[in-house]
Design a protein around this ligand. Structure first.
Ligand code: SAM
Length: 189
């Protein structure tokens, strides 16, 4: 059985940036393998990307779950992924320096869950899902390639630096075109 990727939405709204990342996640794992939990408002925007729950993952009483938390001690390895039916991620936009929100707002409410990291550096949620999807597919974490930080060129004068870690896919940072265009629109004149 394929695992379900669960995004526990922990922002007050489904911001545009969140929605673009969630769409990217849906393209990565497939709509049928993706759940969004704790969606109190704006849920309609997400129906086309996966199954949407108003309840938190804490209330769903799921078994065989693995929470992805940068603060976890162990790194996820491909030979253990079979024992998990659900991989849980924080639907949290990156903050810098990281405020350990995953631990404070997600992991600590799931005491029976196994916890794993995918390195100690913070990845955007879509990147974290991509990496776990690759590990589920048999890749070792050590064999994946990353780049620290990405620069989005807004125009000839301006650019925005994103201080997160990005998986490299075919040598390019794994970042949604829609997020890039959104940042350009937001910052441009
Ligand atoms: C942008 S990160 C938010 C991290 C948050 N700033 C913190 O310090 O906990 C969004 C989600 O991706 C997953 N994630 C990102 N980087 C990770 C890592 N290195 N190890 C495990 N999970 C990670 C976690 O599920 C996290 O909640």
């Amino acid at each position: 059985m394929k695992p379900i990727f669960v995004i526990e939405h922990l922002e007050p709204q489904v911001w545009k940036w969140c929605a673009y990342e969630y769409e990217h996640i849906s393209q990565t794992v497939g709509k049928e393998n993706l759940w969004f939990t704790n969606v109190r408002r704006d849920g309609a925007a997400l129906f086309k990307y996966g199954k949407v729950f108003r309840q938190s993952v804490r209330e769903l009483n799921l078994q065989n779950i693995c929470v992805l938390d940068p603060q976890a001690e162990k790194t996820l390895s491909p030979d253990e992924t079979n024992k998990f039916d659900f991989f849980i991620f924080g639907g949290i936009l990156g903050d810098y320096p990281p405020k350990k929100r995953t631990k404070k707002e997600l992991t600590r409410f799931l005491p029976d869950a196994e916890k794993r990291n995918i390195g100690k550096r913070q990845l955007a949620t879509d990147n974290a899902v991509y990496v776990v999807h690759e590990i589920v597919g048999g890749k070792k974490f050590e064999d994946l390639k990353f780049k620290q930080g990405a620069t989005i060129r807004i125009n000839e004068i301006e650019s925005t630096d994103l201080p997160f870690r990005y998986a490299l896919v075919d040598g390019k940072p794994f970042i949604s075109e829609k997020v890039v265009n959104y940042l350009k629109r937001k910052k441009g004149f």
